[in-house]
Design a binder for this molecule. Structure first.
Ligand SMILES: [Zn+2]
Length: 406
């Protein structure tokens, strides 16, 4: 049950019911494709005529397309319906502390082209560099006319309405607007989102027919920072002023290492890739010092992961300490929200068999019930580009989401 907000609402119009039904059809096609009109009518418990007319509208606006399937039994093959994703494209951008990644992909999240460069900390210079690379990517693939927009994810809090970046500690950005400038430079609509929230949206909207994505879950990203995207009852939790779900900055130890947010001992300061790397290099964690060290040593988190896999003791210790800290953080998440599942994204998942036991141990120590201690942890491999898929999802998701009414 949701209370109607009488100070800020969207009034239902004559077309609202039809719009909702159209989105239901679109989502059913997405989850069950290929699907026939008869099957849709059965699932929606409405008449064939109504389905036919809703389908006609979706065919006309290009959201779905019609084709036959090879698997039909003898006799007349029914025309099956599919969601049109292959020629609807998005430019996905993942801005991180160290590097910025670009991907041209279709609406299902399938990568078409990739690019990357060292992150430029100045937002104006970053936008200029990004725009150039986006234009080049689109030109090389002759894709400009098929692109629906740019999705940009950042390690920080974003105002959902204005797209302003409120605070991105890793980038040192406070109340920064890059949307207008990037829209002007690319002539494309630009959507901006907090990276872990975008990863959660990708789980909801880009799933390959996975109808089992739960309505209550948390997505934990472990990158240069640590963040969480929280979904409750099928909706992302943003809080009153867009700072909800910042579990990366819960303190594990008030006297711990300095975090980029200004506080000490945050989960992020213990468990980010930078923290793992500085531990490996035998340094007390300090983000700026670690950045300098990394540039000089040329070591990346992937090197540490490879060395841990090869059995190098120092690498294994660095990674297992991170896993334990992540477990402590996840125990807090579990006790606060009791999600049905926690997805974990980031390079460190490459060592899942090594890190899961250490995470589980900490969760078991702190979870309040046996069931809570058993909350499933689901790794998402770095090879599937979770953050870039997230950036794609913020362009594609509005097409599938329920219309906001009341
Ligand atoms: Zn912090």
């Amino acid at each position: 049950m949701r209370k109607i907000n009488t100070r800020n609402f969207v009034r239902a119009t004559r077309g609202t019911a039809r719009e909702i039904n159209r989105r239901i059809v679109l989502n059913l096609v997405k989850e069950h494709q290929p699907i026939s009109r008869a099957d849709l009518a059965r699932r929606m418990r409405i008449g064939r005529g109504m389905v036919t007319s809703l389908v006609a509208e979706l065919l006309a606006d290009g959201s779905i397309y019609e084709g036959s399937t090879a698997h039909a039994p003898r006799g007349r093959k029914p025309m099956m319906l599919f969601v049109r994703t292959h020629d609807r494209l998005a430019v996905a951008v993942d801005v991180r502390f160290s590097r910025t990644y670009l991907m041209l992909s279709d609406f299902s999240g399938r990568p078409i082209a990739l690019d990357e460069f060292e992150t430029i900390p100045d937002p104006i210079a970053l936008v200029a560099g990004l725009a150039r690379r986006i234009q080049r990517l689109l030109k090389a693939r002759d894709a400009k006319s098929k692109v629906n927009g740019v999705g940009l994810v950042v390690p920080g809090m974003v105002d959902a309405t204005s797209g302003r970046i409120l605070n991105a500690p890793q980038l040192g950005w406070r109340d920064v607007d890059v949307r207008a400038a990037l829209e002007k430079a690319t002539n494309l609509p630009v959507h901006i989102e907090n990276a872990p929230i975008a990863c959660a949206l990708a789980q909801m909207w880009l799933g390959d027919g996975d109808t089992e994505t739960p309505r209550d879950f948390v997505y934990l990203t472990v990158g240069d920072g640590v963040g969480t995207g929280v979904v409750v009852n099928g909706e992302v939790v943003r809080g009153h002023d867009n700072t909800a779900g910042e579990f990366g900055h819960v303190p594990l130890n008030p006297n711990g290492p300095q975090c980029l947010c200004g506080a000490r001992g945050c989960l992020e300061a213990y468990a980010s890739n930078l923290a793992t790397l500085s531990r490996y290099l035998g340094q007390e964690f300090s983000p700026t010092e670690t950045r300098r060290l990394l540039q000089e040593s040329g070591i990346t988190i992937l090197d540490v992961i490879a060395r841990a896999r090869d059995g190098e003791r120092r690498a294994i210790d660095a990674v297992e300490e991170t896993a334990g800290r992540l477990g402590e953080g996840l125990a807090i998440v579990i006790n606060a929200l009791n999600p049905s599942r926690i997805y974990v994204g980031g390079e460190i998942t490459e060592l899942w068999e090594q890190i899961e036991p250490a995470m589980r141990r900490k969760i078991r120590e702190r979870a309040l019930t046996v069931k809570a201690a058993e909350t499933p942890l689901v790794p998402e491999p770095a090879s599937s580009y979770p953050r870039l898929r997230g950036a794609t999802a913020i362009v594609a998701a509005p097409v599938y989401a329920a219309p906001q009414v009341a």
